[in-house]
Design a binder for this molecule. Structure first.
Ligand code: SF4
Length: 252
């Protein structure tokens, strides 16, 4: 007897339930989120991922991730795990997965070169792109502000790159990302952050924006009936920051 994954039959490992494995992984994620050591209220802070998801994908998804904070869906976890593989390989071993803090915003950049002044972000994609997408353009320009204006390890940024890794063909392409006016970037970052905090502090549900991301959204039941809170949640508003930012757009 074969095993079934979304309608496909396999004649191997008849007792192996892959979806159960993913669910178990998801559960361990949830347990980690509830662990007091990582327990924190995400409604009072905003990350670069929050700003990018709010403006490039679905504002409502950002809201729910902070106010409701459910574990990631199995589909999102799978996408993230594929992204993790490529993030294991540094472009610059001397500036790889570097954490920064700026004005209450924490982020971790994939690859930086503080001497030559560049920041690169890796994306796994399902299509070939010749132009820079909105998400990495915003993300990298905000990274530039953080890199230059943080107090601990500031450095001047001359170039921003997005490194697209095609998940079907394995081909890699590198695109130059246009550098924005710095003051406008800071204004953008602060104004979106203020908007997100206003929504979360007052439990005002923003409008949703449908897209490919709805398929793996863990809040569709709340979204469908426009609920601002999860009525069954014991610990609403608890979430984890342990989300690898670029992998959220792998389905792009
Ligand atoms: S279901 Fe779609 S529109 Fe609704 S919150 Fe999720 S991503 Fe946004």
């Amino acid at each position: 007897m074969g095993n079934f994954i979304r309608g496909y039959a396999f004649d191997i490992e008849p007792d192996f339930d892959y979806e159960a494995e993913i669910a178990a992984k998801n559960q361990s994620n949830e347990d980690a989120v509830k662990n007091p050591r990582v327990h924190r209220d995400r409604t009072k802070s905003v990350s670069i991922t929050d700003i990018c998801v709010f403006t490039c994908m679905c504002p409502r998804m950002t809201y729910y991730s902070k106010v409701v904070g459910r574990p990631l869906s199995p589909e999102t976890l799978l996408r993230m795990n594929m992204g993790h593989e490529v993030h294991e390989i540094p472009i610059n071993p001397d500036g790889y997965e570097v954490s920064f803090e700026y004005d209450g915003i924490n982020c971790r950049m994939d690859d930086i070169d503080m001497i030559n002044g560049w920041i690169a972000d890796k994306k796994t994609t399902s299509s070939k792109y010749n132009t820079v997408k909105e998400y990495p353009e915003k993300q990298l320009n905000m990274y530039r502000v953080i890199a230059e204006d943080n107090t601990k390890i500031p450095f001047k940024v001359k170039n921003l790159f997005v490194v697209n890794i095609n998940s079907s063909s394995g081909k890699v392409s590198v695109l130059d990302v246009p550098i924005w006016n710095k003051e406008l970037t800071i204004d953008f970052m602060n104004s979106v952050r203020a908007t997100i905090l206003e929504h979360t502090a007052n439990r005002i549900l923003p409008k949703g924006k449908s897209g490919w991301w709805c398929e793996s959204c863990q809040y569709t039941d709340l979204c469908e009936v426009n609920l601002a809170m999860d009525p069954s949640a014991v610990e609403a508003h608890i979430g984890s920051d342990e989300v690898n930012e670029p992998d959220l757009i792998n389905g792009d």
